[in-house]
Design a protein around this ligand. Structure first.
Ligand code: NDP
Length: 496
């Protein structure tokens, strides 16, 4: 790939230039272009969906036995692993995450394909207890064309979580990656093709979500949308889906509480809180962005946390030691800055950060330092809205009842963290927190075999887990008559 080239995109089994405007994807650490490509046009959306529909009907993918589909998915996992370093470096440039993180995301994408290959070939359909002279069964059928709409913060891992189960379920997929991070989705399409996925079964449409993602969602041949992104966009998609009576899964935003109880192991808690909010520069739906600390511990804990946060290595994402890279774009950094200014206007105080770093690499990219605000109440805007950056709001709490009320007082309910040495206390609290995932004495740890998703404004449906394939399949009941006689109701004589 050279910078002069305009990258082709993958539409209905053909690699060609998109029909939309030419644009560059940029490396957030320098603002320099990484690649040029033409966005897809609305005609390309039509071609991709029609091509996917034809591939679904005629490629034989849906009719292959599960273990045959699994063979291709295992190959995709293998090819991702073979190219892991190349993919991780490309992703670092595409979205500016430190190389250590992009390597982990690539590894997770390979693991996702492997997991859903295994889930696919071991998925069982059931014979249900019969209540008459018949055998009754519950089976699953592919849906057809599925749309996968993904955000910019974890390319390839997000796509894998949708594409792998959808393909495992026998469907065709059209990916709409974030406009500014399309490169990994395109690479994934190349790998799928090389692994033997039938042509046309997977297309990738880079470009504006408000145009392409919207058209894709509305398309009558699209039978399901799996979306990860902001809550506002998710609700928009849900409205369209309601009109089409189309199932959707929505992985949306968060404002997750992390709670340090007075019996917490402080070394573990400091490390976990730091990782929870500042890894990925806070650009994570599950970022632990609201910190609640038991009042007697508040000062000593905050002193240790602040000192540790001040030591985090912010800088060049290509450097293996870097812990925080730049934010995704200049516009996003400005949005984070507006939130910090709002927090101060609401009466908050800066305990750490709050100012762009300057000098060297910092003058080129969209860097922002670890920032801690305190002196605010949970009801205030910076405690309620998702900032999606390295900004932690810290609050003391006096008793567990008040804590639970505040922790649950959010439109979001994606994740939560608890730090305590008392497992019974942590268990009781964990059951009372309203969140799709609760981590106890750890944070931001994932297993592809554990379902993930949010409550309330954090989303609908679950991804991952062995049964994740079923999200991309329709359930069907089959009854096989075993009667020796015609159904009695008709009152027919038999044997004449
Ligand atoms: P957006 O909702 O803006 O975008 C997500 C995707 O949707 C992008 O591909 C975008 O395209 C597309 N899109 C935008 N408008 C429409 C539309 N009208 N119809 C269909 N698709 C559309 O979110 P961000 O990209 O800003 O991502 C950050 C958000 O994602 C945060 O809120 C974060 O919490 C959430 N997120 C949730 C996760 C979870 O698993 N719960 C994981 C990661 C992130 P385009 O890029 O062109 O705008």
């Amino acid at each position: 790939m050279t910078l002069e080239q305009t990258l082709p995109i993958c539409i209905a089994g053909t690699w060609r230039l998109g029909g939309g405007e030419r644009y560059a994807t940029c490396y957030p650490a320098t603002g320099e272009p990484v690649a040029w490509l033409n966005a897809a046009s609305l005609d390309d959306v039509e071609a991709a969906v029609q091509g996917a529909h034809q591939a679904f009907l005629h490629s034989g993918w849906a009719q292959r036995k599960p273990h045959e589909r699994a063979t291709v998915l295992y190959r995709i996992a293998g090819l991702i692993r073979e190219r892991a370093e190349e993919l991780a470096q490309l992703q670092r440039q595409d979205n500016g995450k430190p190389i250590g993180e992009t390597r982990a995301l690539v590894a997770s994408a390979a693991g996702t394909f492997q997991f859903f290959a295994a889930a696919c070939e071991t998925l069982e359909e059931t014979i249900t207890p019969s209540r008459g002279d018949f055998v009754s069964m519950s089976v699953y059928e592919p849906m057809g064309v599925v749309a996968a709409i993904t955000p910019w913060n974890s390319p390839i891992a997000s796509e894998a979580q949708k594409v792998a189960p959808a393909l495992a379920g026998g469907n065709a997929v059209v990916i709409k990656p974030a406009e500014i991070t399309p490169l990994l989705a395109l690479q994934l399409a190349r790998i799928c093709e090389e692994a033997g996925l039938p042509k046309g079964l997977l297309s990738v449409l880079p470009g504006k979500g408000s145009v392409l993602g919207d058209a894709l969602t509305r398309h009558p041949l699209v039978k399901r949308v799996s979306f990860t992104g902001g809550t506002r966009t998710g609700k928009h998609i849900a409205h369209i889906a309601a009109d089409k009576m189309m199932p959707v899964s929505l992985e949306l935003g968060g404002k997750s509480p992390t709670i340090v109880l007075d019996d917490a192991d402080l070394d573990h808690a400091v490390a976990g809180v730091l990782y929870g909010i500042f890894s990925s520069s806070g650009e994570a739906c599950i970022a632990g962005s609201r910190l609640f600390v038991a009042r007697p511990l508040y000062e000593p804990f905050m002193a240790r946390l602040t000192a540790a946060a001040a030591q985090l290595r912010v800088g060049d994402p290509a450097d293996e030691r870097t812990q925080m890279g730049p934010l995704i774009s200049a516009a996003h950094r400005e949005s984070v800055e507006r939130y910090v200014a709002l927090g101060l206007a609401e009466g908050g105080r800066l305990r750490l950060g709050g100012e762009r770093p300057a000098g060297g690499v910092f003058d080129q990219g969209y860097f922002y330092p670890p920032t801690i605000l305190e002196g605010l109440g949970n009801h205030q805007q910076v405690c309620q809205e998702e900032i999606f950056g390295p900004v932690l709001v810290a609050m003391p709490f006096d008793n567990e009842e008040a804590l639970i009320t505040q922790a649950n007082d959010s439109l979001y309910a994606l994740a939560a963290g608890i730090w305590s040495r008392d497992y019974k206390r942590a268990w009781a609290l964990g059951r009372k927190l309203q969140a799709g995932t609760v981590w106890i004495n750890t944070y931001k740890q994932f297993s592809i075999s554990t379902p993930f998703g949010g409550w309330r404004d954090s989303g609908l449906g679950r991804e991952k887990g062995r049964l994740g394939i079923l999200q991309y399949m329709e359930q069907k009941s089959l009854y096989w008559g075993m009667n020796d006689q015609p159904l009695a109701w008709a009152g027919l004589e038999t044997g004449q």
